[in-house]
Design a protein around this ligand. Structure first.
Ligand code: F6P
Length: 541
């Protein structure tokens, strides 16, 4: 079995460096190095990354880069991009990067170039989107489509939800988009309650087409639609599918002519730029969707070719390893200062936590260091009036990623200057804080001084972009995809499977018949689960 990364000299070097690095304060690091604020920056694909407010020295960065080398990050990047089966527990290639490869590129999986198929699906999506957007696609009664409901969960929901919100400015506003994911009947009821089935198109989006939540919602949607449209032939006009599973799509009753495919080498949480993005394509149209893909592609190229010391995903990935595995930080806050990115943190939760929530190495050994962090966040400035207090003065170390745009899509009076002033001020306050001496100088009584003191030394990255465009969104998502990859390589974990979600699914399917049985079931769970099931049954549903 391969040795744990923590046993490598590069890891040990960082561990011993930590002893001194822990005592450094950002105040002193800045005071002693006038060039720091402009030197510790990197720029690529329209993203300016200021990482100077991190608890690192040039030596730390050198050691982190050495750790990346020792982890063979270069080799692993090459392996991913060239279609090697690096998802070893499922024996699959990991090729979300092929989803945005240019026409004419060659990427081979099992002896077959997959790029032509990728573009064939994009063309089919684009043609379909044109018909729906123009009103040429008619519902069963001849009315054009007004409402699009994406039914999916996890990667078949979070990406389209986030992207449709993020790019709403560019969307066809006449189309009304909704996203149905939860198996809770309330989600279904509230999603369809004011919709007319004759004007509603459902996208049943599921890689496997077997996911319980999605198939239950899809079945309810079909019944709801047929209750008004009456004729089974209407399904072809009001239901399309996004899936890798043609057999199950057919079984559900959707014509495979209305199915948009993708492939097992695309992980659910890496799929928003595949056919899973059909709702986004319907909102944006083919041209703008392809602009988003160009943003992804530009970041892919940067990740693959830029030297590590200038490589945005590598720098950010290594910094998060530094805090997570060495400082013991448990979480990362992602704080977009753009209302359109309000679902970006939720999207990143699946991307980062389903990918790197792993406790054994690729070789199966239990790790003795922290792996995937808890990612969370809210758009600024709202978070400032809620949880920022804990980041500023609490006992936990929470590295922050601030994301901001120089130009507003909706310039209104002074709003944007105020918004941006808050981004800069928060990063500044977190880093430098306010010393007891400064507080005293404000004539604060002694007893109040500790309460008003900000320790500072709270690390952050600031990502500054020009404007939120489809290209910019693509580049941001790809940035985080590759941050996750970098982390996973350094931790030597499998970032592309998700066995941890399986057990709950299996147990739930065992419990369903116990809840629904007419006769009292013979329960064989633990005493707590047995009692909960009995109480639920006794309540009479
Ligand atoms: O939660 C597990 C998971 O498999 C995710 O990885 C995936 O994105 C989600 O379920 C939905 O899966 P599907 O697209 O197959 O319905």
């Amino acid at each position: 079995m391969a040795e744990l990364p923590s046993k490598r000299p590069a890891w040990a070097a960082l561990q011993s460096h930590l002893a001194s690095a822990k005592n450094l304060h950002l105040r002193d690091l800045f005071a002693g190095d006038p060039g720091r604020g402009t030197r510790m920056t990197a720029e690529a694909v329209g993203i300016y990354l200021d990482y100077s407010k991190n608890r690192v020295t040039d030596e730390t960065l050198k050691l982190l880069l050495a750790l990346a080398e020792a982890s063979d990050l270069k080799g692993r990047i090459h392996a991913m991009f060239s279609g090697e089966k690096i998802n070893i527990t499922e024996n699959r290639a990991v090729l979300h990067t092929a989803l945005r490869a240019p026409e004419g590129a060659t990427i081979t999986v099992d002896g077959k170039n997959v790029v032509p198929e990728v573009h064939a699906v994009l063309d089919a999506m684009s043609a379909f989107a044109d018909r729906v957007r123009s009103g040429a696609w008619k519902g069963f009664t001849g009315k054009p489509i007004k409402n699009v409901v994406n039914i999916g969960i996890g990667g078949s929901d979070l990406g389209p939800v986030m992207a449709n919100e993020a790019l709403r400015f560019y969307a066809k506003r006449e189309l009304n988009f909704r996203f149905l994911s939860n198996v809770d009947g309330t989600d279904f009821a509230e999603t369809v309650r004011d919709l007319d089935p004759a004007e509603t198109l459902f996208i049943v989006c599921s890689k496997t087409f077997t996911t319980q939540e999605t198939m239950t919602n899809a079945e309810s949607a079909r019944q709801w639609s047929l209750a008004t449209l009456k004729d089974k032939a209407s399904v072809a006009k009001h239901f399309v599918a996004v899936s890798t599973n043609a057999a199950e799509v057919t079984k559900f009753g959707i014509d495979t002519a209305n199915m948009f495919g993708f492939w097992d080498w695309v992980g659910g949480r890496y799929s928003m730029d595949s056919a899973v993005g059909l709702a986004t394509m319907l909102a944006l149209g083919g041209t703008q969707f392809r602009e988003m893909l160009a943003g992804f592609r530009a970041m892919d190229e940067h990740f693959r070719s830029a030297p590590f010391e200038k490589n945005l995903p590598v720098i950010m990935g290594l910094l998060s390893v530094w805090y997570g595995s060495f400082f013991g930080a448990e979480t990362v806050a992602v704080l977009p200062y753009d209302q359109y990115l309000k679902r970006f943190p939720a999207y990143l939760q699946q991307l980062t936590m389903e990918s790197n929530g792993k406790r054994v190495t690729l070789g199966g050994a239990e790790v003795d260091y922290q792996t995937g962090s808890v990612y969370w966040g809210e758009p600024g400035t709202n978070g400032q009036h809620s949880f920022y207090q804990l980041i500023h003065q609490g006992t936990k170390l929470i590295p922050c990623d601030f994301i901001a745009f120089c130009k507003s899509l909706n310039p209104v009076g002074r709003h944007h200057d105020l918004l941006m002033a808050n981004v800069f001020a928060q990063a500044e306050a977190l880093a430098f804080g306010k010393t007891a001496e400064q507080v005293k100088a404000d004539k604060v009584p002694d007893w109040l001084v500790p309460h008003k003191t900000f320790p500072g030394n709270r690390p952050s990255n600031v990502l500054l972009l020009e404007k939120l465009t489809p290209f910019a969104l693509g580049s941001l998502v790809a940035l985080y995809e590759h941050i996750v990859f970098t982390q996973g390589v350094v931790w030597d974990i499998g970032s592309f499977d998700q066995w941890g979600v399986e057990l709950g699914k299996v147990l739930a399917s065992r419990i369903v018949p116990e809840l629904e049985a007419a006769a009292e079931p013979d329960l064989k769970h633990d005493t707590s689960t047995n009692a909960l099931i009995k109480r639920y049954r006794a309540a009479g549903r």
